[in-house]
Design a protein around this ligand. Sequence first.
Ligand SMILES: NC(=O)C1=CN([C@@H]2O[C@H](COP(=O)(O)OP(=O)(O)OC[C@H]3O[C@@H](n4cnc5c(N)ncnc54)[C@H](OP(=O)(O)O)[C@@H]3O)[C@@H](O)[C@H]2O)C=CC1
Ligand SMILES: N[C@@H](CC(=O)OP(=O)(O)O)C(=O)O
Length: 352
Amino acid sequence: MSSKGAEGFRVAVVGATGNVGREMLSILEERAFPISEVIALASQRSLGHEVSFGDRVLKVQSLDHHDFSKTDICLMSAGSAVSKEWSPRIGAQGCLVIDNSSCWRYDERVPLVVPEVNAHVLADYMARRDKLNIIANPNCSTAQLVVALKPLHDKAKITRVVVSTYQSVSGAGKDGMEELDRQTKALYSLQEVANKKFTKRIAFNVIPHIDVFMEDGFTKEEWKMNVETKKILDPKIKLTATCVRVPVFISHSEAVNVEFANPITADEARDILRSSPGVLVIDKQEDGGYITPHEAAGEDATYISRIRTDSTVENGLAFWCVSDNLRKGAALNAVQIAEAIINRKLLKPKAA
Ligand SMILES: NC(=O)C1=CN([C@@H]2O[C@H](COP(=O)(O)OP(=O)(O)OC[C@H]3O[C@@H](n4cnc5c(N)ncnc54)[C@H](OP(=O)(O)O)[C@@H]3O)[C@@H](O)[C@H]2O)C=CC1
Ligand SMILES: N[C@@H](CC(=O)OP(=O)(O)O)C(=O)O
């Protein structure tokens, strides 16, 4: 079943029963996205299940049976394998795909967009829209990082970034959240703790491993942060990452050290970030005067705290960056891409 309104776009959410898909539906509703119809799609397993869209309930339909020729925008969030097969098929039916998986991000034909950073690429892409018809949404850890880096880069030109992440279990989907919940309860009731989703116990532990290992010893999550920052912000920026899973349900945190070509003080950085889109600075430099992932969950902003000079390099800053990975790291960014396209009048609804 779908939800219909008077004016606007027909929007399909693929992966509507998942962590990101459910968040996409609530964000579309919260932001009063111009929708004439919203269609909740997932696998055959979820056929007939119900998901919320504001105070309405949508019955989930199967992706396999949906005709996209009358759908304007598809928010795709069902994993790389599904995106690989389906996103080009959906795009070829004239439906613009905003793809949340890592599958299409590195394809030269596909723009990778964080609206606060590089919304300007949308006009060009929409003008020459190829058959692929796909815009990629970034990795969650990259999205919040580039929102913070962009205004600092504009001011003092970033040369190198060292980032360590503290990534919540919701980044590993609903199964990741279930594992932390189950293991925590099991430990409290002295039961055996099984690892299914993660390679080691996640409850009361941290795991320095997200996504697969690459030949050079980095993980793919770490590789993605490097490659995606270059594609979105500046190919000249050098970045090295260590990505760690932590027993937090929602919001990713990052400890970031940045080197600049030109001088920039901590006070200047604080002022610049305070007036930057998508950023909220909470930096009282006293007990509790910083943000934690628990407080960022359910919020849209990328929060920056603990901005300070890193005097181990010539022009260095260090800061703490936290954001809700399901929102800015995934669902919110995808909806913002769609809004940026619509606000620039780059897409019209298909005729009824
Ligand atoms: N979580 C995060 O922080 C981020 C996630 N992403 C990406 O978003 C995507 C989804 O992540 P997330 O929501 O966390 O994952 P979940 O595991 O919570 O949800 C997966 C969703 O995909 C659907 N799905 C799986 N297989 C199929 C299929 N064959 N056909 C149709 N639908 C299918 C599932 O439907 P069903 O319930 O029927 O199985 C479910 O709705 C992934 O590509 C992930 O990499 C990107 C950035 C951040
Ligand atoms: N890998 C991220 C979430 C994610 O799905 O990222 P990507 O879309 O880049 O695979 C995490 O586990 O926190």
